[in-house]
Ligand binder design. Structure first.
Ligand code: 6GU
Length: 234
């Protein structure tokens, strides 16, 4: 999968996504991260990419032309036009099912706004999807884009070393993870639950499922309702 990010702060993306699992996945050829600096496309002699809003009001707006040309540089000549996702608190709230859908694409373009926003005309022209990551206001779209890319990337086959991880999750959709333990067997007088030392795989699976259900019921009653609904339908 190719992830392109249109941004005024490419180094934020490059630093944020060049670590751990995503870095290894990029090195293994499962994905590429391409941060495109919108400023590189300005035609202004002082490299300006923003201006005052018509009608007045607070702050500056990103201008249409550099955003449009940066996007065009990624799409022109391509048979299949990739989706362009604008990161905005006005968008649909991101969730795991949406991540699964995006993970089926070959290429995605993320548009990150800054300042008070972007000229509406270029948004109308290029954006296919508007996505928010929750009901709070951030200073820019870079962190949300990184949240989305991280979530989508781990669903791409081969990205997680252990193939089960992503699958197991979809199997136990709407359930929280069960508690996990590693060595030593006793720490601060707390023992690892006996069943996990038993080597009895069926009992371990049963215990984990029960823990997941109980945790979800207590910590996320909203999610637990969905889980019960889904269980009924199966
Ligand atoms: Cl996607 N962008 C910005 N700027 N703020 C946000 C957001 C996105 N999602 C929640 N707050």
């Amino acid at each position: 999968m190719k992830f392109h990010i249109l941004t005024l702060f490419p180094e934020m993306i490059e630093q944020g996504l060049n670590n751990s699992i995503i870095k290894r996945a990029a090195e293994a050829g499962h994905l590429t991260i391409n941060a495109v600096n919108i400023r590189d496309f300005t035609l202004d002699k002082h490299n300006k990419v923003d201006d005052y809003p018509y009608g007045g009001g607070a702050g500056m707006l990103m201008q249409a032309q550099p955003v449009y040309d940066a996007c065009r540089s990624l799409t022109e000549g391509k048979e299949k036009k990739p989706r362009v996702i604008f990161m905005t608190p006005q968008g649909r709230t991101f969730h795991q099912e949406m991540a699964k859908e995006f993970a089926g694409e070959e290429e995605l373009i993320f548009l990150c706004g800054h300042y008070e926003g972007i000229d509406e005309r270029v948004l109308e022209e290029i954006v296919t999807d508007e996505v928010s990551i929750g009901d709070y206001v951030l200073t820019g779209g870079e962190l949300p884009a990184m949240v989305m890319i991280d979530t989508i990337a781990r669903l791409i086959p081969g990205v997680l070393n252990n193939q089960d991880s992503a699958e197991e999750e979809s199997f136990s959709g709407n359930l929280l993870e069960y508690p996990q333990y590693t060595r030593p067997e006793v720490w601060m007088d707390k023992r690892v639950p006996e069943v996990l030392l038993s080597g009895h795989h069926a009992n371990i699976a049963k215990w984990r499922r029960e823990q997941s259900e109980e945790r979800t019921r207590v910590k996320r009653p909203d999610m637990y309702e969905k889980y019960l609904e889904e269980k009924k339908r199966k």
